[in-house]
Design a protein around this ligand. Structure first.
Ligand code: ADP
Ligand code: 5GP
Length: 195
């Protein structure tokens, strides 16, 4: 391969289907994509493991990494901090894979100011009502966290209306249809796709 693959930034409200799509991308294309493993101060949820879904760290460790300029971007989401470390993106580049970043909108704004040359994809729920049902159905968040996420969702959806901020907006209504669009964005060349 001659040129470096451009990273893909996946954003959208919590509960919008980012993990669902990214998990399927890994399953169907195990050698082609890797997630940039973010740092977070939130506690692991369900079966999440340290170093896999996130690097789970205490607030002090997170702040130390900020001081050391260890983050490409970082932001507060609800009461927790989240960030993409320089190292996480390097690790994926060293594997020669396309780096996937799953981040919220303040992070998106910061990545846009870097030289990462990313492509931007937004996963939009069909409505806030459906989003609420999916968040509840996922069964991983307490009521307070659900309310926080719904409030944040409105901001994410509003930001996504700004012309040009995303290269592609996918409305995640029917799962198979959304997956096809997601796959097509991540793998622009049709002959390389599985479905
Ligand atoms: P995110 O990673 O953006 O927070 P998830 O991928 O965890 O969102 O999805 C939230 C919940 O919605 C999960 O329980 C997932 O199985 C479900 N879900 C995702 N997409 C759809 C869809 N198109 N139809 C129905 N349920 C969906
Ligand atoms: P969750 O707690 O549901 O895993 O993530 C909450 C929100 O934080 C999601 O919108 C997710 O995209 C975002 N997020 C996850 N990692 C990062 C990161 O490294 N940076 C930023 N800015 N947001 C992140």
């Amino acid at each position: 391969m001659s040129s470096k693959p451009r990273p893909i930034v996946v954003s959208g409200p919590s509960g919008g289907g980012k993990s669902t799509m990214i998990t399927r991308l890994h399953k169907d294309y195990p050698d082609r994509f890797s997630l940039s493993v973010s740092h977070t101060t939130r506690a692991p949820r369900g079966s999440e493991k340290d170093g896999v879904e996130y690097n789970f760290v205490m607030k002090d460790a997170f702040k130390k990494l900020i001081e050391e300029n260890g983050f490409i971007e970082h932001a507060q989401f609800g009461s927790n901090l989240y960030g993409t470390s320089v190292q996480a993106v390097k690790d994926v580049a060293n594997q020669g894979r396309t780096c996937i970043l799953d981040i919220e909108m303040e992070g998106v704004k910061q990545v846009k100011k870097t030289d990462l040359n990313a492509r931007y994809l937004f996963l939009q729920p069909p409505s806030v009502e459906v989003l609420e049902k999916r968040l509840r159905g996922r069964g991983t968040d307490k009521e307070e966290a659900i309310q926080e996420r719904l409030k944040q969702a409105e901001k994410e959806i509003e930001y996504a209306k700004t012309p040009g901020v995303h290269d592609k907006i996918i409305v995640n209504d029917d799962l198979e249809q959304a997956w096809k669009e997601f796959e097509a964005f991540c793998i622009p060349d049709e002959k390389d796709r599985k479905s």
